[in-house]
Write a protein that binds this ligand. Structure first.
Ligand SMILES: Cc1cc2nc3c(=O)[nH]c(=O)nc-3n(C[C@H](O)[C@H](O)[C@H](O)COP(=O)(O)OP(=O)(O)OC[C@H]3O[C@@H](n4cnc5c(N)ncnc54)[C@H](O)[C@@H]3O)c2cc1C
Length: 528
């Protein structure tokens, strides 16, 4: 067992261009590792953390950027698994509830809040008996939470609220005939890509090399050719075990894997259009008893309305695109519960992601199990696929357990359920949150690492109020956060900053307004 020392970065969670170069050089000098992880989404980053924290010499390669794939296109919910319970999939439902509790109490509570989700009781919205069904489902969700050991103080139990309270939580709700709402709670991430970055950085702190812009090719169970896409240089690496965590691209890395991707789309509107809701609005899809469209309040003053579930056969695009039909479906469905209908002109942005579902033959993609699988191919590659953001930790544990067993690796048992991520309370670099003067949004994105963000702002010449000026007028992201993305979070270019470290890129206008400042801070941060 080895924990590599990488000079100035040993034991730190900082990721940046200098560390990347040093780690690539070190790998060239000693190209044998215990575990090579391919893919820097939530699954791969989770695998890297699991393996490194068990003492394995671990290298993670990501062909683009952390959270480049599906992991940044989710609904950002940390699910209790209610939906799976409804379809009788008790094992996956319970696993989800347990992992939600782990995330919200120990590993990443700083990135997750309890989100009230309300179903408005409007006469023409629910079919006869549907209200009773939803109520029973919410009660079952409570039972699941209790069985997972998650306290009611963290996720309050379901209740019915009156019309006035419903309007306070979602002011844009239609009031004619409103009899109140049923409310249940689930977890909501401030941002999915931030979870991935926190995982990758924590893995790096435990000694993993996290290498973005490095593509794995010619992958076998014990080797791969790595291509540095910034320089074109190639490196042959040998590994005692190789884990393929490339999501919807898994079949490209290992041709024995067949997936059936399904597209999920969200549209973004200004939160003001729904009266700045503090709860999610849940609207049943007409004609279905189990499908809903959600209007989810987000950071940066937006509401995300999602989501669809569409078969998406064919080649895997870098960035899947929503269709007009999906946008229309989402707006039409949510409008049934709003006082003032949203129109196409209200849409500020839209995004789509592909679920990496395991191909189980015919039927609709909505019916395919969200359970994950760990598969060993004839070439010896261990692939971990399926699942979801919420269950990444369990997926990682199962994948590393399989690699350890198959290759007899000398690793301690998994302990990631007790391991706080960068920024979480209990992480060794976390500090109490500054009491005053720091935007709540910065604290929500960085938690106990906020003090490092402020220091990074100063280090790239953002002394005014510790770099707390917004990156552009009216945008809720500070200049210090941009600096921190470059010095600590592995952002290598403007797109990394706009599209993954911040989510300004979700609305093209916001991204354009911030671009110049980001370019300048990036140049300064990389010199520094
Ligand atoms: C619309 C939508 C909404 C969702 N909402 C939720 C939700 O609210 N809650 C929840 O828990 N789950 C949700 N999910 C599920 C969840 O987002 C996914 O299961 C999860 O993000 C998959 O992560 P991954 O790491 O396996 O794949 P990815 O995030 O796609 O990561 C794979 C990575 O591998 C890299 N890669 C590919 N090929 C190579 C190569 N040759 N070399 C190096 N790197 C390579 C890619 O660049 C990519 O970054 C949602 C999914 C979708 C589509």
């Amino acid at each position: 067992m080895t924990t590599p020392a990488v000079g100035p970065f040993a034991g730190t969670s900082r990721l940046n261009a200098v560390r990347r170069t040093l780690e690539l050089e070190a790998l060239g000098d000693a190209p044998h590792v215990d575990l090579l992880v391919i893919g820097g989404g939530v699954t791969g980053a989770g695998v890297a953390l699991d393996a490194a924290s068990r003492g394995l010499r671990t290298v993670l390669v990501e062909s683009r950027d952390l959270a480049f794939g599906t992991s940044r296109w989710s609904s950002k919910l940390v699910h209790g698994g209610l939906r799976y319970l409804a379809s009788g999939r008790i094992k996956v439902a319970r696993e989800s509830a347990v992992e939600r509790g782990v995330l919200m109490t120990r590993t990443a509570p700083h990135l997750i809040r309890a989100l009230p989700q309300l179903v408005p009781l409007l006469p023409d919205l629910l079919r006869p008996g549907q209200g009773a069904l939803i109520r029973a489902g919410f009660h079952a969700g409570d039972a699941l939470r209790v069985s997972a050991g998650t306290p009611g103080a963290l996720l309050p139990r379901m209740r019915r609220i009156d019309a006035a309270r419903t309007r306070r939580l979602v002011p844009g709700v239609r009031t004619a005939g409103l009899r109140g709402a049923l409310v249940a709670h689930d977890g909501q991430l401030v941002d999915d890509a931030r979870l991935v970055v926190a995982l990758a950085r924590t893995a790096a702190q435990y000694g993993a090399s996290v290498l973005t812009r490095v593509r794995a090719e010619e992958v076998t169970g014990g080797s791969a050719r790595l291509v540095d896409t910034l320089t074109g240089r190639e490196l042959a690496v040998r590994a005692s075990a190789v884990v393929n965590a490339t999501g919807v691209w898994a079949g490209e890395v290992d041709t024995s894997i067949t997936l059936r991707p399904s597209r999920g789309t969200h549209v973004l509107v200004d939160a003001g259009m729904l009266g700045n809701p503090t709860a999610a609005l849940t609207v049943p899809v007409p004609g279905s008893t189990s499908r809903f469209v959600f209007a989810l309040p987000q950071q940066l003053g937006r509401v995300a309305i999602g989501l669809t579930d569409e078969d998406a056969p064919g080649p895997i695009p870098d960035e899947p695109q929503p269709t007009e039909a999906e946008l229309t479906f989402l707006l039409d469905t949510v409008n049934a519960a709003l006082a003032t209908a949203l129109t196409r002109a209200d849409v500020r942005g839209a995004y789509a992601g592909l679920r990496p579902l395991i191909d189980t033959g015919g039927g609709s993609t909505a019916d395919i199990s969200r359970e994950h699988a760990v598969l060993e191919s004839p070439s010896g590659v261990v692939t971990v696929v399926g699942g979801k953001l919420t269950t990444y930790r369990r997926m990682a544990e199962d994948a590393v357990d399989a690699a350890v067993r198959l290759r007899r690796l000398p690793a301690r048992t998994c302990w990631t359920a007790r391991l706080p991520l960068v920024g979480a309370p209990g992480h060794r670099d976390s500090r109490p949150l500054p009491a005053r003067g720091v935007p709540a949004s910065l604290l929500a994105r960085h938690g106990g690492a906020a003090h490092e963000v402020l220091a990074a702002g100063v280090s790239v010449g953002e002394p005014a109020a510790g770099g707390l000026a917004p990156v552009a007028e009216g945008l809720d992201v500070t200049r210090a956060e941009i600096a921190y993305a470059v010095t600590h979070e592995g952002a290598l270019d403007v797109a990394d900053v706009l599209d993954r470290r911040t989510r300004l890129g979700l609305v093209a206008q916001d991204a354009e307004r911030a671009r110049k400042a980001v370019e300048a801070i990036l140049a300064e941060g990389q010199e520094g």
